[in-house]
Design a protein around this ligand. Structure first.
Ligand SMILES: Cc1cc2nc3c(=O)[nH]c(=O)nc-3n(C[C@H](O)[C@H](O)[C@H](O)COP(=O)(O)OP(=O)(O)OC[C@H]3O[C@@H](n4cnc5c(N)ncnc54)[C@H](O)[C@@H]3O)c2cc1C
Length: 350
């Protein structure tokens, strides 16, 4: 019997496991044998505080992530606005090798005594009134007093309990990874009539380029073919300038990801809670998804240590974060007024 079972060993689940390890017996479960290559690489400077608190900062600094100097954005105007990290009290952020970062978190959890089970998918969970009896799609059967859903946008445990996710929009991200040996270390963001682009350099001389739009505002070729996406990127002046610096603009790989804002209608209950994207999924415009995953894990663990009514207090905190997030998101989208009649922007100005 474990004190806590965590479903999902992404950023949220691994950070929660590491934070709980000194005081609780923890089992961490993931359906993937190892983290996959995926989009989402900008880690804001404030994450340093959490890494420091978990005694991970030194080892993290030895990893080959790139420093992020800030953001150059073309939003509301064709002129660049630069927000750099130079005056940020937490220092620079990072452009991560996302796969290595997640692997590092998984390994840190394992080294600190967390029982790790992967690949294993949650199939069902039975509440026996004293503990959760968890069935996985492997031979494993796990029992735990508390269950955390850190399964990302699928919210696998909460969904099994019949809890719905509420979506505010239909944003998707079509992305491609390209070779890049330039030293351009600022992320670039640029609005266009049908959505917005961003690009950032990542370790191993690569660059990610992504187009965020509504699923009905982009043709299927761009969704299927990263090279068609790069063709479309050339119609955006800021992306065309970046691509012009590269020797080779053929994609290494790419994909399409859900990027809409969504939340679970109930984020905690008796002896369970959801964290990270399983609880709240943010628009990538915020660049805060991983930080929110880490912060919600720390909030939940802190509440469990206090012995307060975890579900009640945690629900209140997550609701506050969601309300602030919506205000910020709407404020940013409303600052772009150049294409008021285009469906993408009209939906965001309503
Ligand atoms: C286009 C795009 C760009 C983004 N860019 C950024 C960015 O620059 N910076 C940033 O901070 N954030 C960014 N994000 C958001 C960020 O990627 C997420 O917020 C973050 O991954 C959330 O972490 P998580 O651990 O909550 O969920 P996830 O990373 O989704 O992890 C969930 C884990 O649960 C496992 N799992 C799922 N179902 C089951 C099951 N049934 N059984 C067992 N295991 C299961 C999965 O395998 C996975 O490992 C971006 C998102 C998108 C879509």
């Amino acid at each position: 019997m474990f004190d806590v079972a965590i479903v999902g060993a992404g950023v949220a689940g691994s950070v929660a496991a590491i934070a709980l390890a000194p005081t609780h017996s923890v089992v961490l479960i993931d359906k993937q044998a190892e983290p996959s290559q995926r989009i989402g690489e900008c880690l804001p400077p404030a994450a340093r505080r959490i890494l420091h608190r978990l005694d991970l900062l030194e080892a993290f600094n030895r990893q080959p992530h790139l420093p992020s100097q800030g953001m150059q954005s073309y939003w509301g105007s064709e002129h660049a606005q630069i927000v750099d990290h130079i005056r940020n009290p937490d220092g620079f952020g990072w452009h991560l090798d996302r796969q290595k970062f997640e692997l590092f978190l998984r390994e840190s959890a394992h080294q600190r005594g967390v029982e790790c089970i992967w690949p294993a998918r949650l199939v069902s969970s039975q509440d026996t009134d004293e503990y959760w009896d968890i069935t996985l799609d492997t031979a494993h059967r796990v029992q735990a007093k508390f269950l955390m859903d850190a399964g990302g946008r699928q919210s696998p445990f909460a969904r099994l309990q019949g809890i719905q996710r509420e979506q505010t929009d239909k944003l998707i991200a079509c992305w491609a990874m390209l070779p890049d040996d330039t030293q351009h270390r600022m992320a670039v963001l640029s609005a266009t009539k049908t959505g917005w682009w961003y690009s950032a350099s990542v370790p191993d001389n690569k660059r990610v380029i992504a187009f965020q739009t509504d699923s009905d505002q982009v043709n299927s070729e761009v969704k299927k073919d990263p090279d068609a996406l790069i063709e479309l990127a050339l119609t955006c002046p800021a992306m065309a300038r970046l691509l012009a610096r590269l020797d080779d603009t053929s994609s290494v790989h790419g994909g399409v990801s859900a990027a809409n804002s969504a939340r679970l209608t109930q984020v905690a209950g008796y002896r369970w809670a959801a964290l990270g994207d399983a609880a709240l999924s943010f628009d990538p415009l915020s660049s805060q998804g991983m930080f929110n995953a880490m912060a919600s894990a720390m909030q939940l663990v802190d509440l469990m240590q206090t012995g307060k009514n975890v579900a009640l207090e945690y629900k209140r905190q997550i609701e506050n974060i969601w309300q602030y997030y919506l205000i910020h998101k709407n404020t940013f989208y409303r600052q772009e007024n150049r294409w008021k009649d285009s469906p993408f922007w009209k939906r965001r100005h309503q």
